[in-house]
Design a protein around this ligand. Structure first.
Ligand code: PLP
Length: 388
């Protein structure tokens, strides 16, 4: 029996059995091109539009407001670059934050090279941007504000409703990257007051390479890829119908299970965090006040190299992360933790534990059994090196 412990659900999740069933069924029996007008094509079209109805309804949107994409990164790019190109005549200023995922940060960086100006707002010690900072940063030429709903390294939820109100009053488009939040906390586009919202399938026990972008009615966007007339002319290319149907099924299951799962994940998180703080000295929990996702825990272990810790845990069959998956392998300290004011050396001594529905209390106990010894040993190695 595989007794490995997977605590990296913010990087990606295993695919749920029911989701695989939906994927297999559509892949095998609904192979038509959703743009074909014969019966076989129309059957694919029906599955596509039912999936759209379902995903849209689960986030409080209309089916006409949902564009299926190739994942969270593409949704972020379509939202940001699509807005920038559509509104270029009105202004060239974009506001975002220093803690966004690279899908947003590097997209903004590319726009800067094209002449757009980007303001990167700071965050406080709790990994939170203050709405008044957004208000202060808005200028007459600001066309877009993009602030993530929940951070992927710390789980910190951002005050999106307040920021949405500020952006709305200023007549500025508002995008949120909700990739980590959807399926973990209730998400309703109208309550949040967003114009654009990004989602991804593989964070919610669905397939990789499929996601969605909510585009509020009347929000002008330019496509970033050119081709046929698919997805309201915003995302050309023959639709990945099995992937989309599986994404819709995954979201439906995630939203259905949300209340009980949220509480369970919170219990696991607090059990592990409490145990670590009790058994290991010189540990700090990064950003743990206010509104947080139930499934992400970030901790720094003074005097330990985070990557060495990760590799040692991996040898014991425990999978965790040192930051976002996209930046693993890089030696730079996390841009999120440093933006929170955490010293680079402590940022590099940090781990992200992210929990999922299949994790158990016994697994937390197992981690608490092995982690103190590994930390102690690595601290010893560090001390020995310092004495040389
Ligand atoms: N945005 C956030 C906050 C993420 O955590 C991720 C994935 O790690 C992405 C965007 C990118 O999503 P995808 O992997 O579907 O491209």
């Amino acid at each position: 029996m595989d007794n490995s412990i997977y605590l990296d659900h913010a990087a990606t999740t295993p695919v749920r059995k029911e989701v695989i069933e939906t994927f297999d069924e559509v892949l095998q029996s609904t192979f038509g091109n959703a743009s074909s007008i014969h019966t076989c094509g129309q059957e694919a079209k029906r599955v596509l539009e039912e999936s759209r109805q379902s995903v849209a309804a689960l986030i409080g949107a209309d089916h006409e407001e949902l564009v299926f994409t190739g994942g969270g990164t593409e949704s972020d790019n379509l939202a940001i670059r699509g807005t920038a190109y559509a509104l270029r005549g009105r202004g060239g200023h974009i506001i975002t934050t220093a803690i966004e995922h690279p899908a947003v940060l590097n997209c903004c960086g590319a726009l800067e090279e094209e002449g757009f100006e980007v303001t990167y707002l700071p965050v406080d010690l709790d990994c939170r941007v203050h709405p008044e900072w957004v208000a202060e940063a808005i200028r007459p030429d600001t066309i877009l504000v993009s602030v993530m709903l929940a951070n992927n390294e710390t789980g910190a939820m951002q005050p999106i409703r307040e920021i949405g109100r500020i952006a709305g009053e200023a007549g500025v488009r508002f995008h949120t990257d909700a990739v980590q939040a959807v399926g973990k906390v209730p998400v309703n586009v109208n309550e949040l007051g967003v114009d654009l919202l990004s989602m991804s399938g593989h964070k919610i026990y669905g397939p990789k390479g499929v996601g969605g972008l909510f585009v509020r009615k009347g929000t002008s966007l330019r496509p970033i890829v050119y081709g046929g007339h698919h997805e309201r002319n915003l995302r050309p290319g023959t639709e990945n119908v099995p992937g989309i149907a599986a994404f819709a099924r995954a979201l439906e299951l995630a939203v259905g299970d949300l209340p009980s799962e949220r509480e369970y994940l919170e219990t696991l998180k607090e059990m592990l965090a409490g145990g670590i703080l009790q058994r290991i000295g010189q540990v700090q929990r990064n950003g743990d006040t206010g509104d947080y996702l139930p499934n992400i825990l970030n901790m720094s272990f003074t005097g330990v190299d985070g990557e060495a810790l990760l590799l040692n845990l991996d040898l014991m069959g425990i999978a965790v992360s040192t930051g976002s998956a996209c930046s693993s392998g890089a030696t730079e300290p996390s841009h999120v933790l440093t933006a929170m004011g955490i010293e680079p050396v402590l940022a590099q001594a940090s781990l992200r534990f992210s929990f999922g529905r299949d994790n158990t209390r016994e697994q937390m106990e197992r981690v608490l059994e092995v982690l103190p010894g590994i930390v102690e040993r690595l601290r010893g190695v560090g001390d020995a090196r310092a004495m040389r």
